[in-house]
Write a protein that binds this ligand. Structure first.
Ligand code: 16G
Ligand code: MG
Length: 550
């Protein structure tokens, strides 16, 4: 640690001491817990981000302070790697170790060990760009982070209050600046221009788009969508709702993508706003998830989730690739998780290869990289489309032989600009959906009728140790507790079109049970029966067994 002033780190570290009783874990979405307990974590993450940059020869690393769709009191932090993707998995463990060192001495010792083990050259430069969402606890947490960055001597850039996907965009734009892979200008302005220019080209000549309502979850999506509106001009009329970012307690409260997906109903705040036949969508608290819905002519609510978005977008891209005459060179594939509705998997598998991977963006993202064009979406509305470098090169160099081929090729090229390929981006995905609807002349009803969702039910079971539950086959089967999977199989066999799986949550101390069946009542019953098996197996107290667990 000779290149750094240990004394400086020590003084700052003392000012951000770790609460002794707490254990922190860098999970699927970084560190995430009550915002007012995260001071020491943010300081240490600042140091870690600086070291990650040094390890990668001074490439810029991103730090996002957000707890996404969680309640307002929660907060969190995650690191973004140089190409705009999630932090490399091995470093999640390093992050957890450093965050849990009890005292300043323990931390300095752990840091020294880490620097030597991972072979970090401390003389290298270090660059970090950071941002936060609108949570009130974000202000203090950013200042703890800044102390960490100062302690490690990082060159730090504050991207202010912005969405998670914009921070990912900035990281990639900064690291590709001036190269032939330049991802765009490294500013919010660059992001808005990139999205709005390509959107306008893609919808040029299509009939006028009808107004779309956006539920901004009272989060950072609100000011960012408001800026986007300026750039989009008259190309699409957007009506922003739930934009109260300074009202305490409003964030994600009875609104937002997670509310809509979980409750399968309209946010109450939109009841008076949405008209029959009109489309709407909800963002989550950091604008990386998207949920669409509409009221039909009779005023009934219909939801179009991540699976429906995947079906719409993948089929559109497959058609464009064929129209461009590139069917034999560009292979399109889809990545889903076990939560994907069985009907969506059936719909997609008839048209293109479909792969199932464990829950969590990084698994989907990496699997999608194996296709020339990889479409990935989680049912919860997080997803994007990745164009491999080879596919982008083919698109750039292909000589179309007919005007129709040329048009399709142009559309594909514009899609590579419209889509935020670093991570799921609610606003970019929303524009993508609007492009497809405009090209297909679909209303929500027609989009929804691509396939009919199988009725399904998700149930949480509180257990004493969720780590006792281990899975295989992309979380579709349990390997422990032993014998439980056989019992689940036996139950599932009794239900028409039945499917069920059990997995430990990566973000909450619970086990999740998913079930689907041909009839809603059967899906509910199957889910509760499987939940009952899980509860009994996990040694739950019989007197507190939830009564629905048949
Ligand atoms: C996190 C993941 C999300 C996943 C969810 C599952 C990221 C950035 N986010 O929010 O992809 O669907 O966790 O939560 O990876 P669970 O493990 O509690 O079911
Ligand atoms: Mg989110």
């Amino acid at each position: 640690m000779s290149q750094l002033s240990i004394d400086d780190i020590r003084v700052l570290c003392d000012a951000h001491s770790k609460p002794l009783e707490l254990h922190f874990q860098y999970g699927t979405a970084g560190f995430r817990t009550l915002g007012n307990t995260l001071d020491s974590v943010l300081f240490r993450v600042g140091i870690l981000a600086g070291l990650r940059s040094k390890r990668l020869d001074g490439k810029t690393i991103g730090v996002m302070v957000t707890a996404s769709h969680n309640p307002e009191a929660d907060n969190g932090v995650k690191l973004v790697d140089p190409r705009g993707e999630m932090l490399e998995a091995a470093w999640e463990t390093h992050a957890t170790v450093l965050a849990n060192a009890s005292t300043t001495d323990d931390f300095l010792h752990a840091l020294d060990l880490f620097v030597r083990n991972v072979k970090i050259d401390l003389s290298k430069p270090s660059r970090v760009v950071y941002a936060r969402d609108t949570r009130p606890s974000g202000v203090a947490l950013i200042s703890s982070l800044e102390d960490g960055l100062k302690a490690i001597g990082a060159e730090a850039r504050d991207a202010g209050v912005t969405t998670t996907p914009i921070l990912h965009y900035l990281v990639k734009a900064i690291n590709t600046k001036g190269t032939k892979e330049s991802y765009g200008d490294d500013s919010e302005d660059g992001y808005f221009k990139k999205l709005s220019d390509s959107f306008k080209k893609l919808v040029a000549g299509r009939p006028k788009i009808t107004p779309l309502v956006i539920d901004c979850a009272n989060g950072v999506g609100a000011p960012i969508a408001a800026k986007l509106v300026e750039y989009l001009g008259e190309s699409i009329p957007l009506i922003l709702e739930n934009t109260s970012i300074t009202t305490l307690g409003a964030l994600n409260n009875a609104c937002g993508a997670d509310f809509v997906k979980t409750m399968q109903k309209l946010p109450p705040s939109l009841v008076e706003v949405l008209k029959p036949g009109q489309r709407a969508c909800s963002l989550d608290g950091d604008a990386d998830r998207l949920m669409y819905y509409y009221l039909d002519d009779r005023g009934y609510f219909s939801m179009l989730d991540g699976d429906k978005i995947a079906a719409l977008v993948a089929a559109f891209i497959v058609d464009l690739v064929k129209l461009a005459g590139l069917e034999s060179t560009i292979k399109v594939g889809v990545v889903q998780t076990a939560y994907a509705n069985g009907a969506s998997t059936r719909y997609l598998a008839k048209r293109l290869p479909v792969k199932c991977v464990p829950t969590g963006v990084k698994h989907l993202h990496h699997a999608a990289e194996h296709y020339n064009i990889g479409v990935y979406f989680e049912a919860n509305g997080h997803g994007t489309v990745l164009f491999s470098p080879q596919a982008q090169e083919t698109l750039a160099n292909h000589e179309p032989s007919t005007p129709a081929q040329s048009t399709a090729l142009n559309h594909l090229v514009n899609l590579t600009h419209l889509i935020n390929q670093t991570v799921g981006d609610a606003l970019s995905d929303m524009l993508l959906v609007e492009v497809v609807l405009a090209h297909k002349s679909y209303t929500g009803v027609e989009w929804n009728s691509l396939y009919a969702d199988l009725p399904n039910r998700l149930v949480k079971v509180v257990v004493s140790d969720r780590n006792a539950f281990r899975t295989e086959d992309a979380e579709r089967r349990l390997i422990s507790p032993s014998g439980l999977q056989a019992k689940i199989d036996e139950l599932v066999r009794r239900y028409d079109g039945g499917r069920s799986f059990v997995r430990p949550s990566g973000t909450e101390d619970v086990v999740r049970v998913y079930a689907e069946a041909i009839l809603k009542t059967q899906a509910d019953e199957l889910a509760f029966r499987v939940a009952g098996l899980v509860y009994d197996e996990a040694g739950g107290d019989p007197s507190r067994r939830p009564k629905e667990f048949l």
